[in-house]
Design a protein around this ligand. Structure first.
Ligand SMILES: [Zn+2]
Length: 272
């Protein structure tokens, strides 16, 4: 479960590609609002400033929880925990592979493989078993046909396309405004708003998927005897912190969408 826009070095990586797009979108936005005028700059600071702070806070929280819980030992490795849960649920044919890259943990629904980063795969800690179980939680969702996961997987390409389209178009819109072509710029902004809306829809659909994977993870860790009920809060602290990065990311996307809707309203009011 990766959430994107804060340039972090640690996150889960369920949908890293989508969020790379978001990161790119944000970079483009930063360029865009600088060129425009002072009032939109102010609006940007008021709407987007808090989301940047919240994102940094969420990132700090997840990193500190992860580090802390890496020091608390577990009886088995992340790999063994994942294997045990998969087997107990009849998913013998879902392989677990070590993945390259720090914090690149994810479940790949197209090839039905759980991939765990080195530290999680081999680690014997509350962080390792918690993250491993979370990724297996996505495999369980997939096997059970959990509807929000199906919707999320359908939304991924739409959100990717929408996000890329929006960032390209915002650059174009700024260019048009510089040359005083406000009518065309307003059409461009409208398209960008639609693109950002697709990203927001994806993130909103993704939230219950992530919360549900974590709650499945905790149930399974307990019922398979991998963690005791007194150890469960350790695992919860990592998974809750990780979930907050999604909440922060969604909040950021929603505020960006509002910002561009307002920009659209302002530009389409002008003549040109
Ligand atoms: Zn996830």
């Amino acid at each position: 479960m990766r959430s994107g826009s804060w340039g972090s070095n640690w996150q889960f990586a369920d949908f890293s590609a989508e969020l790379k797009t978001l990161f790119f979108v944000e970079k483009t936005e930063q360029k865009a609002h600088m060129i425009y005028n002072a009032s939109s700059m102010m609006m940007y600071l008021i709407l987007i400033g808090p989301t940047i702070l919240l994102g940094m806070l969420a990132q700090w929280w997840v990193q500190s929880a992860y580090q802390k819980m890496s020091q608390v030992p577990a009886r088995i490795s992340g790999h063994d925990a994942a294997r045990r849960i998969l087997d107990a649920n009849g998913l013998y044919d879902v392989p677990i592979e070590p993945s390259h890259g720090v914090m690149s943990d994810h479940y790949d629904p197209s090839s039905k493989v759980v991939r765990l980063s080195h530290d999680v795969y081999y680690g014997h800690s509350m962080s390792a078993v918690g993250i491993a179980a979370h990724e297996v939680g996505h495999a369980l969702q997939d096997a059970r046909g959990y509807a929000p996961l199906v919707v999320r997987n359908l939304a991924v390409p739409v959100a990717n396309f929408g996000g890329s389209l929006a960032s390209a178009i915002i650059s174009l819109g700024v260019f048009l405004m510089i040359f005083g072509m406000f009518k065309l710029a307003s059409w461009a902004l409208l398209l960008a708003v639609i693109g950002f809306a697709a990203v927001v829809v994806f993130q909103l659909v993704n939230l219950p998927v992530e919360f549900n994977a974590s709650s499945r993870a905790k149930d399974q860790l307990l019922s398979q005897g991998i963690v005791s009920s007194s150890e469960l809060p350790y695992v919860s602290s990592v998974l809750t912190a990780a979930a907050m990065t999604y909440v922060a990311g969604t909040f950021s996307s929603v505020m960006n969408l509002i910002y561009y809707v307002l920009q659209y309203a302002m530009v389409s009011d002008r003549d040109g």
